[in-house]
Design a protein around this ligand. Structure first.
Ligand SMILES: Nc1ncnc2c1ncn2[C@@H]1O[C@H](COP(=O)(O)OP(=O)(O)OP(=O)(O)O)[C@@H](O)[C@H]1O
Length: 643
């Protein structure tokens, strides 16, 4: 039963009732024609698309534009996919609509190709983003915010030329002795003086530095070579290589012809003992030249020092000193409190143990000296023909009329190669003389290296804390190493060890530290030099510069913490080309770090010296007894102090 009417499409011809079969045939033929046309269209489209994509892939490498603008590229692909239709081109928007419709008519194959192409395009786009990240300049886009990953270049430290290329001093003294007469410039008077002091040859540092300083005064005190301000001189040479005479001889010679007595030389040293030592050498060579040497180191009272510096005649202060040797503290006191002390004629400023003096710059002694040197003239001196102004760029005007230059002479066995530290000294066109011409000079990255005296043999002795006192006794009593200069790390440790050795008995021992008065220290050093003391136990007060004749052996009872301390301590032996031994007692925990430090500093080698426990056994009972006595002695000392 037909409940619903279903209308069917019967073709354009309408439902005229003619043969259904013929109508169906006609319809089929029509559909087939349409299908054929479509097939042809899609085939030609496919061919064209394939030829274009091949072309594009060929160009892909060089054509960056296509990767830079992915959207444009997509459009282009779509356009490429549609076959060009002259009608569409002329009909504008309408044509574009038709084109879109045609796009919809793409075959499955076309779609797949398009898909592949989109993937290629996506990869290209990703690539182009990466490219943009790595080199924004290529894309023309600027990345804001500075989030780009950059490899930061390591800044290479470059030493100034004068530090990197020093005048080389030979380290080996004995095979590089120079006859005095072969050294240019030394006057006959001083040559004779040197010979009368038992010096027939000059050491390498002296043979290099003396002529250089003499040359800077060859036209008088006022002008250096070529009429210019003389260059400052820095000297880095091993301990005991004779640096003191390297400045004493030329400076004395430069002053020998002076007419009026004024302070023209100032030598600054870190300790009283060193000032005393240098003062003695100056006095010895100034003798017979009417030059006056005065020491300002607190050995005498301030008033006594003041009296030795100047006298007042007719209301005018007259200098009594040509050469002043001072410690920084006392020097600053005289600059500030003593009106009779004038540095306005100062020609040479000698800074011995220069690296130590730079480190103690917080006392601002150098700026006080500079202020005193360039202080405006007093009325009484206004008639002087020579003016003096603060250092400034050299111009023709600044050189006329000539003014008294201040030349700095720096000396140390461990002169720093740190330009920043040296800069604090305000050096003028410095010239460096150095025995260190190894890696550290050419490669500023490497650790600072120093030269050790040629005749020094270094050892380390592995030990435990409790065995250390027995070891030092063993060195003196059994191994007969004497005299020994023994260093500890504090004045308390020095005192305790001294008491212990004294209580143990059998050894002539003394201590040297700030516990003693300056006079006691002076006497102790003298007695040690005279051989009256077998074992001198000291703090680092005796580590630098002290020249004690005949020290055969140095013992680092406490290992030094810094390489400079080690070099100066062991440098109290093997001086002036002689041989010497240095032992360092090392606890297990100290060994690795200490040995590395010494190696890095350029030591020629430190040997292991083992002392067998059996060798100490016989001293142990007496040692135990001594420890008990030591406890009581220290208690007694403490009680005494309290009273
Ligand atoms: N030409 C020489 N001939 C013989 N002995 C010399 C000569 N020059 C110096 N001496 C002696 O060498 C020793 C060491 O000299 P000096 O104290 O000047 O060394 P230094 O380089 O200043 O050492 P340090 O760095 O430890 O202060 C001194 O006893 C000195 O008298």
């Amino acid at each position: 039963m037909a409940l619903f009417l279903i209308n069917r499409y019967l073709g354009d011809e309408g439902d005229d009732g003619s043969s259904n079969e013929s109508r169906a045939k006609a319809l089929l033929a029509k559909l087939q024609r349409k299908a054929k046309v479509k097939e042809q269209q899609s085939l030609s489209c496919q061919e064209e698309y394939q030829s274009k994509t091949t072309k594009k892939r060929k160009n892909k490498g060089g054509n960056l534009d296509k990767t830079k603008h992915p959207k444009k590229r997509k459009e282009q692909v779509n356009q490429d996919v549609s076959p060009p239709d002259p009608e569409e081109l002329s009909e504008g928007d309408n044509a574009r609509k038709k084109k879109d419709t045609k796009k919809m008519q793409l075959t499955e194959k076309d779609k797949e190709l398009l898909k592949n192409d989109e993937m290629v395009e996506k990869i290209q786009t990703d690539q182009s983003i990466q490219d943009t990240e790595t080199s924004p300049s290529q894309t023309g886009f600027t990345i804001l915010g500075g989030f780009e990953k950059k490899i930061i270049q390591k800044v290479q430290r470059v030493l100034p030329k004068w530090l990197a290329e020093p005048d080389v001093i030979q380290r080996d003294i004995t095979s590089n002795l120079v006859p005095i007469s072969d050294v240019p410039g030394i006057c006959t008077k001083l040559q004779r003086k040197l010979e009368s002091n038992g010096i027939h040859h000059l050491f390498p540092v002296q043979a290099e530095v003396i002529p250089a300083i003499l040359e800077s005064v060859s036209h008088g005190l006022l002008i250096g070579r070529g009429g210019y301000k003389p260059r400052d001189v820095c000297v880095s040479a091993p301990t005991g290589s004779g640096k003191t005479l390297a400045f004493v001889i030329p400076v004395i010679q430069a002053l020998m012809e002076r007419v009026v007595c004024k302070v023209r030389v100032l030598a600054v040293l870190p300790t009283k003992e060193l000032a005393q030592q240098v003062c003695k050498v100056f006095s010895s060579y100034a003798e017979g030249n009417s030059l006056k040497v005065v020491m300002l180191a607190g050995q005498k009272s301030f008033a006594a020092e003041q009296a030795s510096l100047s006298e007042n005649r007719g209301g005018i202060s007259h200098s009594l000193a040509d050469i002043v040797v001072a410690t920084p503290g006392r020097l600053v006191d005289h600059i500030n409190k003593n009106d009779g002390f004038s540095l306005e004629h100062l020609r040479f400023l000698i800074i011995d143990e220069a690296d130590r003096m730079i480190d103690s710059m917080h006392q601002s002694w150098l700026s006080q000296v500079t202020k005193a040197v360039y202080r405006p003239r007093r009325v009484s001196e206004a008639v002087s023909i020579f003016k003096r102004t603060e250092p400034a760029p050299i111009t023709a005007a600044s050189l006329s009329p000539p003014q008294m230059p201040l030349q700095k002479l720096l000396f140390s066995a461990t002169l720093t190669q740190n330009p920043e530290k040296l800069q604090q000294l305000g050096l003028h066109q410095p010239r460096l003389f150095s025995s260190v011409h190894s890696q550290s000079m050419t490669n500023p990255e490497s650790q600072e290296r120093f030269n050790f005296p040629q005749g020094l043999t270094e050892y380390y002795v592995p030990c435990t804390l409790s065995k250390k006192p027995l070891l030092i006794l063993h060195f003196i009593l059994r191994l007969k190493f004497s005299p020994i200069l023994c260093f500890t790390n504090s004045r308390e440790a020095t005192h305790r060890l001294f008491l212990l050795v004294q209580l143990f008995g059998g050894v002539q021992a003394a201590e040297f530290s700030s516990r003693l008065s300056p006079n006691d220290r002076k006497r102790t050093l003298k007695e040690f030099e005279q051989g009256k003391i077998q074992l001198l136990i000291s703090t680092d007060a005796a580590a630098r510069g002290i020249d004690i004749n005949g020290v055969k052996c140095v013992v680092n009872y406490d290992a030094p913490q810094f390489i400079r301390t080690y070099i100066h301590r062991v440098g109290r032996t093997a001086r002036a080309g002689k041989s010497g031994l240095a032992f360092t007692f090392l606890l297990g925990v100290q060994e690795k770090k200490f040995l590395q430090m010494v190696k890095d500093a350029g030591s020629p080698g430190i040997h292991k010296q083992i002392v067998m426990p059996g060798n100490l056994k016989s001293m142990e009972p007496r040692y135990e007894q001594t420890l008990l006595e030591l406890g009581n002695t220290i208690k007694g000392e403490k009680a005494k102090k309290r009273v």
